[in-house]
Every structure is written in C-alpha cells, then in structure tokens.
Design a protein around this ligand. Sequence first.
Ligand code: ADP
Ligand code: MG
Length: 253
Amino acid sequence: PAAGQVILEAREVTKRFGGLVANDKMNLSVHAGEILALIGPNGAGKSTMFNQLSGVDVPSEGEVLFMDERVGGKTSRQIARMGMSRTFQHVKLLPGMSVLENVAIGAHLRGDKGVLAAALHLDRTEEAELLREARRQLERVGLGDYLYEEAGSLALGQQRILEIARALCADPCLLLLDEPAAGLRHKEKQALGELLKRLRGEGMAILLVEHDMDFVMGLVDRIVVMEFGQKIAEGLPEEIQSNPAVLEAYLGG
Ligand code: ADP
Ligand code: MG
C-alpha cells in the first residue's frame, strides 16, 4: 500500500458482553507506514478492540475493514494472507525448542490447523521453506546469532522480539502488538522501540496496545485513547500528553 493510505479501519465498532459494553461505537484507522498506539486505563476495552481489529472476534455492531475487506469471520490464516499479523499478550513459547524452531512452528500454527494436523501435513519442502523464512525474519529483527539457542534461555525482551519475528513471517504490511513492552526492563524497551522504528522505516504499519505511556510517547506517530469502551481522545503524542480528559482518565480513576 502507498504511504498514508488507510489500511485498517474500524467503523462504529460496538462489542457487548451480556450487559457490558466493552467497545462503544469505536472509530479508528491505521495508515500505511505509521505507528499508532491504542492506550487507556485498565478495563478501558483495549484488548477487546484489539480482538475486533485483528479478526479474532466479531463486533456486535459495526465492522472492521482491512484493505477494504471485512475482517470479521475470516480465519487467522486468511487474515495473515491479506497482510495483517498479530502477537499475543502472553508469549507462548516452546521453551525447550530452539529459537529457529519456535519461529518456524509459530508461523505455521498461526494458520487454522491444529498442532497434530500441522505436523502430519508438513512435507519436507514446506518444512525447509518455513525454516528459511524463520531464519530470514530472525535475522531481520536482530536475533540471527541466537537461532540454535533454547528459546526459554532468552531474556524476556528477546522472547518478545522472537514473537515479533513469528508475526513477521509471511511479510505482513500491518503488525498488531498487544502490550509489547509489558514487563520489560528499560534497555529492553529501548531495543524494542528501535526495532519498531526500523520496521516502520521499511514501510510497516504498526498498531500497538500499550499501558506504558513513556514507551509510547517517544515512539508512535499517533495515539487513540480509550476509556469505558469509548474513544476519548486522538492525536499526536504531544497533544495527548497535555489533553485534560486523558490526564483525568489516567490520574482521576
Ligand atoms: P483493557 O484491555 O483495556 O484492560 P479489556 O478489553 O480487556 O480492557 O476489557 C474491557 C471490559 O470488558 C472489562 O470490563 C472486561 O472485564 C470486559 N471483558 C473483556 N473480555 C470479556 C469477555 N470475554 N467476557 C466478558 N467480559 C469481558
Ligand atoms: Mg488488555
């Protein structure tokens, strides 16, 4: 997609859980090549929104369009093929396996096959192709020296980056990250931030849900703020930082 083009768009997305409105007529768009952060206090509805945006869940009302196609109801494999890829809030690593195997298997399981079916249906050519792609993405994110280390031996920051390498397999143009900086040390956050900026430099659009304001401020192009399921502010980091409604949401609660 051309720089600046809208690639992901939520239109009046509402999500209800029984009587609870977790997302209330949410509108937002992600442009090609930008980093957009979705922030807000705990319980604001960020993860719910993330699930609607990534197609893991279907809105009660409204719709999400990726490259002008409706996301809701598609399988994760179909969505990955369209060029959108996500990580999960909790890193699901196979700690005893190598970094390279983790990325190759993760990329494969991203599709809708179960583990067993995946193992049974993979032929030698496909396996070699997966490993080649996994190596390529690990080198891209700077983990090329760790291919044969046990994944469980990596520091948390590196595990998070491994998870991003998984998401990069199949060359998405949009990456969705749920709280990528959670639990990381300062140096690890810096390294992660540098990686995300570098990916943006390669034309990648990134949407991240994040709780860590400091991490977001120095990194992203635009911010959408949620509270009680609704969008309460949207703008540049410096605008958001001085927005009274945002300060109230974070400090007043
Ligand atoms: P955030 O990620 O901003 O902390 P969430 O999207 O996880 O917020 O949650 C928003 C609200 O929706 C919360 O009140 C939460 O308890 C509720 N919620 C989230 N997922 C479910 C679910 N599957 N079933 C019922 N309630 C849910
Ligand atoms: Mg959440």
